[in-house]
Design a binder for this molecule. Structure first.
Ligand SMILES: [Zn+2]
Length: 312
């Protein structure tokens, strides 16, 4: 199976998780050169090294907190730790590179989009980590201010936008989101044109690209909401409980887990666990396994992708 392009995952994580990082082992599985291209485009940046990694020795991949020491034979700085596998366990030594991690960089993404769209003006963070103005687009004598905003489906989104004065003052704003468009009734007084960057990615082996023409064609003007009492769509940001339940499922040696097993593994009561499960199923992150071999719930590929692979 060819390694998938990591860019769709990065855009998805920007809209689904407040913070996330890709560890060295995962980045190693990306297509050759992908990391360098994403760093050059400023869409990713290196972040603090992990304190815990899997041992890289046993099939379970037990977690260890390595010591960083000088190898007396080579003089190189290396990691050492204990693999707890009953058969093959023991002292393991590996490169400190395995602790390196990279995170999606929202402001860097905004600058990348500004270059791809050839926007006029400079990139300004209006609300750090959430809303950037990336300049203006001029076409047919019309000038539109363009913004990139993240987490518009999160519970605090309306409050965040309320602080973005430059966006509120714009007569004809375009709002680009990494992945998730907010529900139409999200917009109250602002009526921006909205589009998702994920839909305009160009799939190619080279540097990351956005199909500007496709993006501009997709920008639809949002009509003012008429039915303001309509229930709001689900908010994708995961609660701590939901994340813990998802992580417990990801760590399960079996394909699926029963509710009682999940309660024990995630450390929550019956009510909290089944509520979390219900929402994770609705979001497509967890599903009943097909076939009848085992009851319970299993994590889906989309769910696995969302997990920051290091532990908090
Ligand atoms: Zn191990």
């Amino acid at each position: 199976m060819p390694a998938p392009d990591p860019l769709p995952s990065i855009l998805r994580r920007l809209d689904w998780l407040e913070d996330s990082a890709y560890p060295f082992d995962e980045v190693q599985r990306w297509p050759r050169g992908a990391l360098d291209r994403l760093l050059a485009a400023s869409i990713l940046r290196e972040t603090n090294p992990a304190r815990e990694v899997t041992c890289g020795n046993c099939t379970d991949g037990c977690w260890i907190t390595p010591d960083i020491v000088e190898d007396p034979r080579t003089g190189q700085i290396v990691c050492t730790g204990w693999c707890h596998d009953p058969e093959d366990g023991g002292l393991v030594t590996f490169s400190v590179d395995r602790l390196r991690m990279w995170e999606p960089h929202f402001e860097g993404l905004a600058s990348f989009v500004a270059r791809e769209l050839d926007a006029r003006g400079s990139v300004t963070a209006l609300i750090p980590g959430r809303v950037c103005m990336i300049g203006s687009l001029i076409s047919d004598g019309r000038c539109q201010d363009v913004f990139v905003a993240r987490g518009l489906t999160w519970p605090d989104a309306a409050g965040v936008l309320a602080q973005a004065d430059r966006l509120k003052a714009s007569p004809s704003p375009v709002v680009l989101v990494p992945d998730q468009m907010p529900p139409v009734d999200f917009w109250r007084t602002l009526c921006p044109a909205v589009a998702s960057l994920a839909e305009a990615l160009v799939e190619a082996d080279g540097p990351p690209r956005i199909d500007a023409a496709m993006l501009l064609a997709r920008i639809g003007r949002v009509a003012p909401a008429r039915h303001q009492d309509k229930p709001r769509a689900e908010v994708p940001v995961l609660t701590r409980t939901e994340r813990d339940v998802l992580e417990a499922l990801a760590a399960s040696p079996h394909e699926s887990m029963l509710l009682v097993e999940l309660m024990a593994a995630a450390g929550y009561g019956r009510h909290a666990t089944s509520q979390a499960l219900q929402r994770l199923r609705a979001l497509g992150l967890v599903a009943k396994p097909s076939g009848k071999q085992r009851k319970g719930d299993a994590i889906t590929p989309a769910g696995r992708d969302l997990l920051a692979p290091q532990r908090a």
